[in-house]
Write a protein that binds this ligand. Structure first.
Ligand code: NAI
Ligand code: OAA
Length: 306
């Protein structure tokens, strides 16, 4: 089993690290256009294996896609990250041509792969990938709201002072500071609705922290995050490769679901070896329905720039 990661920067290399450490596949190809970067990261990672007890083969490549041939999954982490003070949407002009060229190169050698898109602005880049690939929509998955959901769980765990793994929560909508929608009704602690435990004011604070979670990290780090993103991609890749049929929110192309047409946006979907194997049209509150429509319209506006 082979996974190729295109873009060996902070997020791509962390994906390689976590995927290797979890032993999800036997081979990882780490490709970048920057001379030396993929080679250095792959060598460094390989030298960590004896101490940590894993032995995935990691092949570095500089722009030679033939080595990615017959990958089960292609992860696209190539492109610029934002700097403090920027929105993700401001990256659209610089990243659109990168994603287009990466997809066109990768698909020549792995026409059956499922593509996981990570580059921002995520929902627009997922649409760019869908169009550039010509693949059926189930093969193109944008990873954003898995990460947002994990951040929602983190801020809830901090507020409640409870272990994060006892908390379930989901974010849908766009992967943007103003477009994501943390769903109150689905947040639970040990199965108990968190709305029964937290005051409305405290819950709203958590929602605000979640929505700017990526921006907060970007301000602290001077560039955007990588551990949370790398872990979320790893969970998604594991779900695809091992055909887990798991319910997880991802950006997928909608054609009428939730009353939305022609955009990629985060919705709960069943993920397995064929990629998106179903979309679950959960019942939204009236206010979340409005937020979802506004989110889709905001994504459409950015899509208009490509
Ligand atoms: N969807 C999500 O949840 C998240 C998305 N991101 C996005 O992921 C992208 C990557 O972020 P980082 O890894 O932090 O950036 P980075 O700058 O550390 O790495 C990006 C890498 O892409 C490479 N690259 C650029 N053009 C390329 C091409 N044509 N072919 C191959 N490689 C190419 C660069 O040489 C660089 O090594 C950014 O757009 C960022 O906004 C980051 C975190 C989370
Ligand atoms: O914040 C960013 O620009 C990177 C990203 O998408 C995230 O960490 O959620």
């Amino acid at each position: 089993m082979k996974v190729s990661i295109i873009g060996a920067g902070n997020v791509g290399a962390t994906c390689a690290q976590f995927i290797a450490m979890k032993g999800i596949v036997s081979e990882i190809v780490l490709l970048d256009i920057a001379e030396g970067l993929a080679a250095g990261k792959a060598m460094d990672l390989a030298q960590s294996m004896p101490a940590l007890g894993f032995d995935t083969l990691i092949y570095p490549e500089v722009d030679d896609y033939s080595k990615t041939a017959n990958s089960e999954v292609i992860v696209v982490t190539s492109g610029q990250p934002r700097k403090p003070g920027m929105s993700r949407e401001e990256l659209v002009a610089v990243n659109v041509s990168i994603v287009e060229s990466v997809i066109k190169n990768a698909i020549k050698f792995s026409p059956k792969a499922v593509f996981v898109i990570v580059t921002n602005p995520l929902d627009t880049m997922t649409l760019v990938a869908l169009k550039a690939s010509g693949l059926p929509k189930n093969k193109i998955i944008g990873m954003g709201t898995i990460l947002d959901s994990n951040r929602f769980r983190y801020f809830l765990s901090k507020k409640l002072q409870k272990p994060i793994n006892e908390i379930e929560a989901m974010v849908i909508g766009g992967h943007g500071d103003t477009t994501m929608i943390p769903i109150k009704e689905l947040a639970t602690y040990k199965g108990i609705p968190i709305s029964e435990i937290l005051t409305n004011e405290a819950f709203e604070e958590v929602i605000k922290e979640t929505m700017v979670g990526g921006a907060t990290l970007t301000k602290l780090l001077g560039t955007s995050a990588w551990y949370g993103p790398g872990a979320a991609v790893t969970e998604l890749v594991d779900t695809i490769v091992n055909d887990k049929k798991k319910l997880m929110p991802n950006s997928v192309y909608l054609q009428g679901e939730f009353g939305i047409d022609g955009v990629c946006i985060g919705v709960p979907c069943i993920i397995g070896k064929h990629g998106v194997e179903g979309i679950l049209e959960i019942k939204l509150s009236d206010s979340d329905k409005i937020k979802f429509i506004n989110s889709a319209n905001a994504i459409k506006e950015v899509n208009g720039l490509i």
